[in-house]
Write a protein that binds this ligand. Structure first.
Ligand code: HEM
Length: 393
């Protein structure tokens, strides 16, 4: 539905009040007590009260004089691309049914190393592209090594290889627009000879259709002492969630081997995920929670810090997540199962994609190393906060 004009919105008055009062809309889960974000979009108490009283008083149109100018939506790039890379073939989206995530390798063959200051992924057919990412596949990466360029492979046939630690160039979620990699003098580095992989989640819309998505990038000028990498953040590849547990706790940790700035976070779990906290433990012993919020698999929001957070070498980044593996979780595919780490929706993940800015002379694969709870063997449910306390001693 559209809420752009009064005529569009009027029939939805009661629903608008309900979703505003319960804070279901606009979707935004960061607890305001932890961190300030440049893309914050929650309503204030006063705005919620205005919407509620409007709905309660017959949802009148208001004063025509004070009517805001309608927003002009630009059907084009939000940046001025120096290079556009498009999927070379159309993906055939079926009329109905769930479509597995698709991966398509696209030959980009960058003839030289490039630095990218901004990127934007634009769906060819916005009706069917639910969300997506464009990955940088540097020469020598294992993932998609045998893939034929221009052929779309379902996720189950081309599993990502975590040891590749590949970087995200662009991503699309409705409303994301272009992303900047410029914090100070930073930019994103794409090594010579890299290809791109388009990862897309398609949604069927009742009739067969096609899509050819593209990514546009702006090249950065000048030397870059720092680079921007999208990291997986702390990962709990050893997680175990007990059958039926409605609050399974999972703690993961990585430690920085050099100074870095945290510019963005996007917690990631699957359908049993409930909430996520990112806690920094600085070498001085100071502990600071920089993100805390509810998690909803359907709203994997990316939170951009209003001010980047400086993390010195030796800072431990601790992720604390909770999962509902009980029958009360309507999205739970099987509450009788003990759940382990995996990329499928019926398995679980606990990590936090994050934008990190650091010295461009450093190898990003060595910037952060698994530590504490993330190093424990899988076995008992957890690892829980108790494992973290033990690691502190
Ligand atoms: C103040 C701002 C907003 C208002 C008043 C609003 C209102 C609503 C209402 C009334 C519904 C229907 C709920 C129902 O089915 O009962 C809805 C659903 C939805 N809204 Fe919003 N919305 C707002 C912001 C947003 C934003 C910023 C986004 C996207 C980023 C968004 C995306 C959606 C989607 C995808 C649905 C359907 C799926 C769902 O219910 O989760 N809305 N919204």
């Amino acid at each position: 539905m559209s809420l752009i004009t009064y005529k569009d919105a009027r029939p939805w008055a009661k629903a608008i009040k309900a979703v505003a009062v319960t804070r279901k809309m606009p979707p935004w889960y960061a607890d305001p007590r932890y961190g300030h974000f440049a893309n914050e979009r929650n309503l204030t108490d006063a705005q919620i009260a205005t919407l509620a009283s409007w709905a309660d008083n017959g949802a009148p149109e208001g004063d025509a004089q004070g009517k805001p100018v309608p927003i002009a939506f630009v059907d084009g790039w939000n940046l001025k691309p120096d290079l556009i890379v498009e999927m070379p073939t159309e993906f055939q989206v079926p009329a109905t049914g769930a479509v597995e995530y698709q991966y398509m390798k696209v030959r980009a063959n960058f003839p030289e190393d490039v630095w990218v200051s901004e990127a934007e992924m634009r769906p060819g057919n916005a009706q069917v592209v639910h969300h997506g990412e464009v990955w940088v596949l540097p020469p020598g990466a294992k993932w998609m090594a045998d893939a034929v360029p221009g052929v779309a492979y379902p996720q189950t046939r081309m599993k990502k290889q975590p040891e590749d630690q590949i970087d995200i160039l662009g991503k699309f979620n409705p409303g994301v627009g272009a992303q900047t990699f410029v914090f100070g003098d930073s930019a994103k580095f794409v090594p010579k000879g890299s290809d791109l992989v388009f990862e897309i989640h398609y949604t069927a819309v009742g009739k067969p259709t096609t899509d050819r998505t593209k990514v546009g990038m702006v090249f950065a000028k000048g030397p870059h002492r720092t680079r921007y990498v999208t990291s997986y953040g702390p990962q709990a590849r050893n997680l175990v969630i007990a059958p039926g547990d409605n609050n399974g706790e999972v703690v993961s940790e990585m430690t920085l081997t050099a100074d870095a700035k945290l510019v963005n976070v996007q917690p990631h779990m699957h359908v049993r995920g409930k909430d996520y906290e990112l806690r920094l433990i600085f070498p001085s012993g100071e502990t600071r929670t920089v993100f805390k919020g509810k998690f909803d698999f359907n709203w994997q929001i990316s939170y951009n810090y209003a001010d980047p957070i400086l993390m010195t070498k030796g800072t431990r980044l601790v992720g604390i997540s909770h999962f509902d593996n009980s029958p009360n979780n309507l999205f739970n595919p099987d509450h009788a199962k003990e759940v382990h780490w995996g990329f499928q929706n019926w398995e679980e993940m606990s990590n936090c994609f994050m934008g990190l800015v650091f010295d461009s002379n450093l190898d990003p694969k060595k910037l952060a190393l698994d530590s504490g709870p993330s190093l424990l063997p899988a076995g008992k449910p957890g690892p829980t906060l108790a494992a973290l306390e033990r690691g502190n001693k």
